[in-house]
Design a protein around this ligand. Structure first.
Ligand code: ATP
Length: 360
């Protein structure tokens, strides 16, 4: 459990800068450490103050995210430096990841061979394998959560972000959870069955499929149809989109789209699959001859970005409506959670924060 250890104001130690991104419960901003001038990313999370409130994140969920990040120190996983806490907000000081999303980086390229894609997949697998060895599942692996530390570097380094849905398994624990993003979730999540870290491996199958073809394997016209396709394992390697894909890549994906979690390839097994680690010259040559379907990939990415901005507008509108609802209820004399009122008024910059922990 995360422990409070000192009283401090985040703004005494860090200068708060521009917004880098937004999520459901707050913003991520660039922050500059006053003592060293070093740049970090500050994730500002609004905390739900009482059970009846619909605004903000439950404190126990923030603590879980902090504990998971503290347990994960790996070159391919975003690092946590520090945590501050106030009554209404928690600030996670994170490693600044300035290279943007992997998919945006790829979409800017004219062409990409399977070998180039494999270099990225290998890093994703190393990060995921590391967390799985610690019995931690990410449970929200998708292109938005795979970033690059520096896209100008000759070999950009993958960083896995957003551990908001991650879970650390205790031995013998039965864990069920029905969150995630429809396109990337597996049937055990949809069916509310006991989960394991194998859930992430299914998502890696989906990411690989999209990366190679620009198509989403189970995508239906509606979310319901997508979920039905996942449960029925209804996907195919359409020649139109997979004409440039090697047989080894298809085999790799097939071994991840396996219903039984115990039979699905693990991250460790993936790293030994011949597509990732070829054993013969012929396998190396096959990988080098095969390439990414850039035309459809660029289209997929443009659509994905459009959907992300649409969803963000939807979230903002919903938050705005909730706040209006809170104000109206207060005017009507209804009992309201104090924090809902507070959340509508508080300016983050004026908060005194307590340090939760220090993992630097
Ligand atoms: P969601 O609502 O998707 O669960 P969230 O509230 O958990 O999101 P994150 O996904 O962690 O928030 O961050 C939101 C966005 O902020 C990311 O998509 C990314 O663009 C940006 N971001 C997050 N962490 C960092 C970082 N360490 N460095 C740079 N940018 C970051």
């Amino acid at each position: 459990m995360a422990v409070f250890n000192m009283l401090e104001n985040v703004e005494d130690l860090y200068e708060i800068g521009e917004v880098l991104g937004s999520g459901h419960f707050g913003q991520v901003r660039e922050v500059r450490e006053r003592a060293t001038g070093a740049l970090w990313a500050g994730k500002f999370l609004k905390i739900r103050k009482c059970a009846s409130s619909r605004l903000g994140m439950e404190r126990k969920n923030v603590e879980r995210e902090v504990e998971v990040l503290q347990a994960l120190q790996h070159p391919n996983i975003m690092a946590l430096k520090d945590v501050f806490e106030s009554r209404a907000e928690v600030v996670l000081v994170l490693e600044l990841i300035s290279g943007g999303e992997l998919f945006d980086f790829i979409a800017e390229k004219e062409n990409l061979t399977e070998s180039d894609a494999i270099d990225f997949m290998k890093q994703i697998l190393l990060g995921v394998g590391f967390m799985h060895n610690k019995q931690i599942g990410h449970f929200d692996l998708k292109p938005e959560n795979i970033m690059l530390s520096d896209k100008m570097a000759p070999n950009p380094n993958i960083k896995i972000i957003d551990f908001g849905l991650a879970h650390c398994f205790q031995s013998g624990e039965e864990y069920r959870c029905m969150s995630g993003t429809p396109q990337y979730i597996s049937s055990e999540v949809i069916n509310y069955e006991p989960l394991s870290t194998a859930v992430d491996m299914w998502s890696i199958g989906v990411i690989t499929y999209i990366l190679l073809s620009g198509m989403s394997p189970f995508q239906g016209d509606t979310d319901e149809e997508t979920l039905r396709n996942i449960i029925a394992l209804n996907y195919k390697f359409d020649d139109h989109y997979f004409s440039m894909t090697s047989a080894m890549a298809k085999d790799f994906i097939q071994k991840l789209f396996v219903k039984d979690q115990n039979e699905r390839m693990t991250a460790e097994e993936c790293l030994h699959h011949p597509w990732i680690k070829p054993l013969t010259r012929k396998q190396v040559a096959n990988r080098n001859r095969s390439s990414i379907n850039m035309k459809t990939f660029k289209k997929f990415n443009a659509k994905r970005k459009w959907k992300m901005s649409y969803n963000m507008v939807w979230v903002c509108n919903r938050l705005h409506r909730l706040k209006l609802l809170c104000k109206t209820s207060a005017l009507a004399g209804e009992e309201l959670c104090e924090s809902d009122q507070e959340d509508t008024e508080t300016k983050p910059a004026s908060l005194i924060r307590r340090r939760l922990s220090n993992s630097s």
